[in-house]
Design a binder for this molecule. Structure first.
Ligand SMILES: [Zn+2]
Length: 187
């Protein structure tokens, strides 16, 4: 097997050296008191792995994220923040949904597709965070509290936008694969 971090031969999808490069992320509280628990800081190997998930459909990282974080999540229905349609079609994968499926399975909770994605939105990842966040539609309202799942949380604007649609009081917790540093973009 080839390590997805360093592309050398390894015993699993991630060699020991790359595994040691993964840094646990601190918790973050977003606007409105929404709590974000992410598996890793969005740097180095963790950043490469999330990009592999998003753009090359390498889902081993989704398994690792859920292994790492399932104990810190709550056993509530799991709702993914959907990727825009245009990117789902282009890359053939919705990364948050891959994580949500696995988290729901780990807890024996349902995964609910409550949000519908915008067709297209300007690119945010790694770029301009001053653009407006995507506007989601709601397929149906949540019946109780839920765990919201996204792949990378940066400014949190996408989460706040999704929460405004679902009802902020419904979000018990946000689970993410990676948490990106926003110190510079928040100022
Ligand atoms: Zn490696």
């Amino acid at each position: 097997m080839i390590c997805q971090g360093c592309h050398l031969v390894a015993g699993s999808f991630l060699c020991e050296r790359c595994r040691r490069d993964l840094r646990p992320a601190p918790e973050r509280i977003l606007q409105g008191g929404i709590r974000v628990v992410a598996a890793f800081e969005h740097v180095g190997v963790a950043r490469d792995l999330v990009l592999g998930l998003k753009y090359r459909g390498l889902t081993y990282f989704a398994d690792l994220v859920v292994e790492t974080i399932a104990r810190r999540a709550l056993a509530l229905p799991v709702v993914p923040v959907p990727r825009t349609w245009s990117r789902q079609v282009r890359y053939g994968i919705d990364p948050a949904r891959e994580i949500a499926i696995r988290l729901a399975r780990a807890h024996g909770s349902p995964m609910l597709d409550l949000l519908s994605p915008p067709f297209h939105t300007s690119r945010r990842a790694g770029g301009d965070h001053h653009r407006p966040p995507p506007r989601f539609g709601m397929r149906r309202p949540p019946e109780g509290r839920i765990v919201l799942v996204d792949d990378v949380v940066t400014t949190g604007a996408t989460i706040v936008s999704a929460a405004s649609v679902l009802g902020p009081g419904r979000i018990a917790l946000v689970i993410a694969a990676n948490l990106a540093d926003t110190v510079s973009s928040q100022r």
